[in-house]
Design a protein around this ligand. Structure first.
Ligand SMILES: [Ca+2]
Ligand SMILES: [Ca+2]
Length: 373
């Protein structure tokens, strides 16, 4: 049986978190060894200090999609498209070929240096296939129906949920919180089928990313589907969509021509999310414009597990198909989520990264799979 009560990272939504077996659950905050307190300029103490770059430099020159992505247009968008198109939502769902090539992984201008975003180094990759969207609730439901799989959150009996998603009734039943990230609450009965606890359901969001899945759960799903989790290098290469040295999958401007390209947080975190991009929670996995490789939501919406162990020190040697450290305690996750705001968690960049223990789960963490062609 896996033990996951060993780690609760300093800033849960930025870094990682774990809840323990109810019988022995104790949320213990540990100093984040990867974070230098002196590097903090914000008040969060979570390693999410404001980045050095404004992200306003020249964009890629790639033609932006013509559709305007805003709260208004997204509310009228076919938000159940993924759920109504089983060819995209099942385990035989659409994948896209990511061509073999080389790219510059990481950055020499890290927004969050202690995360090990740098140094920039050249990486060569073989071609691979990647899911065009995050694994949806409907995808995961097919897996569970076919195999009887029980997720770790279900076995442990709880998972972490962002306070802003919870009803007053649920919140009133919770006495624990995480001191330095009080917006994360351990909710009994929260799991992929009940994202905000027992009284919540996924029936109205089958085309949204599955949440509350651990790295172990994600690995099990991908294996069942004849796929695997992407390495961090594969994920980042795919995120960049063929562009070189850009912040985001579409370029350097967060909102080109005033349009939203990802499901992030607008407003003041954690008190107020304006939902200017159309969503205050997750969005359908097929929402927002695709990047140059045809991939949706590589940044934002749900964080995505990768196969690699976490490490913040990287060689500058040119590597071919790197698979990360051979051992570790945490696994790498990429892309940020709908909870990311520049002031607290500037991690919705391709070079950004964070980590969780492999048995952790939460209301903003999902995954997608890759396979070899
Ligand atoms: Ca949003
Ligand atoms: Ca994502």
């Amino acid at each position: 049986m896996l033990s996951r009560n060993t780690l609760v990272i300093l800033c849960l939504y930025c870094y990682g978190f774990a809840s323990g077996d109810p019988a022995e659950q104790s949320l213990v905050l540990e100093p984040d060894s990867t974070t230098s307190p002196t590097a903090e300029t914000g008040s969060t103490g979570c390693g999410c200090r404001s980045p050095k770059r404004s992200g306003g430099s020249a964009d890629s020159g790639r033609e932006p999609p013509t559709a305007k992505y805003s709260a208004e247009t997204n509310q009228h968008a076919p938000q159940t498209e993924g759920a109504r198109r089983p060819e995209h939502a099942g385990t035989s769902g659409e994948m896209v070929l990511i061509p073999a090539g080389q790219f510059l992984m990481g950055t020499d201008n890290p927004g969050i240096p202690q995360d090990g975003e740098g140094p920039q180094r050249r990486v060569h990759l073989s071609a691979f296939l990647m899911d065009i969207h995050e694994v949806s609730n409907l995808d995961f439901e097919k897996f569970v129906n076919a195999t009887g799989y029980v997720t770790e959150a279900e076995m442990f009996g709880d998972s972490f949920v962002f306070e802003g998603l919870l009803s007053e009734t649920v919140k009133s039943q919770i006495s624990q919180a995480v001191a330095l990230a009080p917006w994360w609450l351990p909710v009994k009965g929260a799991n992929w089928k009940h994202p905000e606890g027992p009284n919540s359901h996924i029936v109205d969001r089958l085309d949204h990313p599955v949440l509350h899945v651990s790295w172990n759960d994600a690995t099990a799903y991908c294996s069942w589907a004849g796929k695997r989790l992407p390495t961090e290098a594969e994920w980042e290469y795919a995120c960049r969509g063929g562009l070189q040295d850009r912040l985001f999958p579409w370029g350097n401007k967060l909102n080109p021509k005033g349009q939203h390209y990802a499901n992030l947080w607008q407003g003041q975190f954690p008190a107020h999310n304006t939902g200017e991009d159309g969503y205050v929670k997750t969005s359908p996995v097929m929402s927002f414009p695709v990047n140059g490789y045809g991939l949706h939501n590589m940044v934002g919406n749900a964080w995505e597990w990768t196969a690699d162990w976490w490490n913040v020190h990287h060689t500058t040697d040119e590597l071919h198909n790197p698979t990360g450290p051979s051992t570790g305690q945490d696994r790498v996750k990429k892309g940020g989520s709908y909870m990311c705001h520049k002031s607290y968690c500037y991690r919705y960049r391709c070079a950004a990264r964070s980590q969780n223990t492999p048995d952790s789960s939460s209301s903003n963490l999902g995954f997608r799979c890759v396979s070899d062609p």
